[in-house]
Design a protein around this ligand. Structure first.
Ligand code: NAP
Length: 424
């Protein structure tokens, strides 16, 4: 294998793992690493110089590959653009910059004859992207559904064991699974970016992240977890990247929201900080991948795997097109949630007075919402908890029914409404 010279942006969690793994690969030379704070105490051993000037790497003609593990949108985007224009191949773990600027970056890479490798950007150590891109190349992929965020899965697993959302989040932060500001994880942004990247590979279009329906996990309670279990479900934050053709139009069903998953479904058993992804291809059928979706060494495993692939091909003529997936220049928009049909779970607190169930039935009936199961719990102090599972209902109809419920005279508190898993 030819000797490859790299420069790296970032020496944080993932960067340290990359340095550790590269120590065993003598044909790869890590020449320089750019960091933000040169005086920071580092626990990782490295033999190359650090710099705070990214141009030391971008302008170095000997460096053929740029490993970008600093993250974020800016200034990363501009560093990637400059490196591509200098004909450096890119290996990145950055789902945010790809989701927001993927079409532009891939077009630029094509123009300059270089490749962008991005296995680590989705599902960390799970080789999901190469499986879709190469292993499942013979398939039309109709959907990818999965648990794509280890932090929220860890929190939900802890809540199932009896912790409140706040206690589970604090535990995740203490163990280093969650950031001090957990917004990107718990509000679903991280999963939305990953879904955009997955859509690019599986459906040839990045999906504009701002069009992706996003519901996070902040409102889920211990009570919801326990009730879901009683009905035979576990609540998971699921991301879906589906595509179908309807009357000659491509429909991108891309969304992230809490979902009640049947206990016997493979995704229900994905616990702790793991990721689990179900890919549906027309030839292969359903395939499930489960494994560590984040962390120093699992994520570095994906970055270094990309580097090994690249190193093996670097001296071959015109190899870039072999690795680069075909991605259309225009990003797609996701279909609004109104158009999806699935069953729902609802938890309400109502006045414990005669006639309430009848009034509920009237509101649901008027909006084409058909009830599969309804139970009343904890009737005390003139109020009662009602739990409802519906049959398949259009999102638009469910939302309308919820609006009317919220205006009704019998509702004391609207608890939650979550979708129930329905195979795509
Ligand atoms: N952590 C994971 O488990 C994981 C999993 C999958 C994907 N990823 C992705 O991997 C990327 C890196 O994540 P991480 O967790 O390793 O991040 P991190 O621990 O916060 O490390 C970021 C690194 O980038 C450096 N940096 C930040 N801004 C910079 C700038 N303007 N110029 C030069 N260097 C700069 C920082 O320098 P200092 O060290 O001096 O502060 C730090 O070394 C992100 O895109 C993330 O989404 C992470």
């Amino acid at each position: 294998m030819a000797r490859v010279v790299l420069g790296m942006l970032g020496l944080g969690t993932v960067g340290s793992g990359v340095v550790e793994l590269l120590a065993k690969h003598r044909h790869v030379t890590l020449k320089k690493i750019a960091v933000k704070d040169i005086n920071k105490v580092r626990t990782t051993e490295f033999s190359c110089p650090l710099t705070t000037n990214v141009n030391d790497i971008i302008d170095d003609p000997e460096i053929e590959v740029l490993v970008e593990v600093m993250g974020g949108e800016n200034p990363t985007l501009s560093y990637l653009e400059q490196a591509i224009k200098k004909r450096k191949h890119i290996v990145t773990a950055n789902k945010e910059v790809l989701a927001k600027h993927g079409p532009h970056l891939f077009a630029l890479a094509k123009e300059h004859g270089v490749t962008i490798f991005f296995e680590a950007s989705v599902a960390g150590g799970v080789p999901l992207l190469s499986t879709i891109h190469k292993g499942l190349e013979a398939n039309e992929i109709s959907s990818i559904v999965g648990i794509l965020n280890g932090t929220t899965n860890f929190i939900l697993s802890s809540m199932e064991a009896g912790k409140s959302y706040e206690e589970a989040l604090a535990e995740a932060q203490a163990l280093g699974f969650a950031e001090a500001d957990p917004t990107a994880d718990v509000d679903g942004f991280d999963v939305a970016y990953k879904l955009s990247v997955l859509s690019a590979l599986a459906h040839r279009h990045f999906v504009k992240p701002e069009t992706i329906y996003r519901e996070g996990i902040r409102t889920i309670t211990k009570e919801d977890m326990a009730l879901a279990k009683e009905f035979g479900y576990r609540i998971k934050l699921l991301g879906t990247a589906g595509k179908r053709d309807e009357k000659g139009k491509e429909i991108f069903d891309v969304r992230v929201h809490p979902t009640l998953v049947p206990l016997e479904h493979p995704l229900a058993s994905v616990s702790g900080s793991n990721n689990g992804i179900l890919v549906k291809g027309h030839a292969v059928g359903e395939l499930t991948l489960i494994g560590p979706g984040a962390g120093k060494l699992p994520t570095a495993s994906a970055v270094v795997g990309d580097l090994m692939n690249l190193a093996g091909a670097l001296k071959l003529p015109d190899f870039a097109s072999y690795f680069q997936p075909v991605i259309e220049a225009s990003p797609a928009s996701a279909t609004p949630p109104d158009e999806w049909k699935c069953p729902f779970y609802l938890r309400l607190v109502v006045n414990d007075t005669p006639g309430v169930i009848g009034k509920l039935g009237t509101i649901f009936g008027a909006n084409d919402v058909s009830i599969a199961t309804i139970i009343q719990r904890d009737a005390q102090d003139k109020e009662a908890t009602i739990v409802i599972l519906t049959h398949d209902v259009l999102g638009r109809n469910m939302n309308q029914a919820i609006e009317e419920l919220k205006k009704s005279d019998f509702l004391k508190t609207f608890g939650n409404a979550f979708r129930i898993f329905r195979s795509a």
